[in-house]
Design a protein around this ligand. Structure first.
Ligand SMILES: [Fe+2]
Length: 230
């Protein structure tokens, strides 16, 4: 597996951009999305549920070209082992043509919602194994309606539409490459552990190594432990 790196200056620029983008659709981000590391450290006792649930910023860079493969996320709420919470919610930003690589979840069920901006394209397969795409048709629910699709058939969702994915359903999605701006995507799901419940078709790391070339603007959820927050 290639160890992908992410410079802090790149993270800071991505988060500034994503914050502006999400805010252009309404007040989706909570105040702590703009807390510094110092502010997080000062409030870490009360912020236990957020820290343990990985609530906060997340930049997924699975390969060196982030414009081609990757996703910017803000986890709004999530549970953790031992918590009573069973659901999670995330905001996602995909720039035109940026692909979230083929993966499935063994446990998590999720609705992926095209919420605004560019159309979202997605293709599905049943998992025939951990690294194997199935060849059977996929029955899926789109905005409450059942639809049977061929394995790998490309579906396009317009803003307002959602797709309800089952566990072990391989999915790959991207924002329309011809769009003039990113896709605003929301995810509503079961509680989710990104460190253990992502099965990628290709061998990919979920969290890139961060090279500190400038101060942290807003910490990523993967920074909490190493920054003395969690
Ligand atoms: Fe997923």
């Amino acid at each position: 597996m290639v160890q992908v790196t992410l410079r802090r200056s790149e993270v800071n620029a991505i988060l500034r951009n994503a914050s502006d983008f999400f805010s252009s659709f309404g007040d989706f981000l909570p105040p702590q999305s703009k807390w510094s590391v110092e502010e997080w450290r000062a409030r870490k006792a009360e912020m236990g549920p957020a820290i343990k649930g990985g609530v906060g910023w997340d930049v997924f860079k699975p390969s060196p070209d982030f414009a081609k493969e990757g996703l910017t996320l803000y986890t709004l709420t999530n549970g953790y082992p031992g918590s009573y919470q069973v659901y999670a919610e995330k905001l996602l930003m995909a720039t035109p043509g940026q692909v979230t690589p083929m993966h499935y979840h063994a446990i998590k069920q999720e609705d992926i919602i095209c919420a605004g901006g560019a159309n979202m394209h997605i293709e599905l397969y049943w998992a025939a194994g951990e690294r194997q795409l199935g060849d059977k048709p996929v029955e899926v629910v789109i905005s409450g309606a059942v639809k049977t699709v061929k394995p790998g058939e490309e579906l396009a969702l317009r803003p307002g539409e959602r797709i309800t994915l089952a566990p072990k359903m391989f999915h790959r999605f991207w924002a329309d490459p011809d769009a003039d701006g990113p896709a605003f995507i929301r995810e509503v799901s079961m509680v989710n552990d990104d460190a253990t419940d992502n099965y990628f078709l290709d061998e990919l790391g979920r969290f890139a190594e961060v090279i500190e070339d400038e101060p942290i603007l807003w910490p990523l959820c993967s920074d909490y432990k190493r920054s003395g927050i969690g």
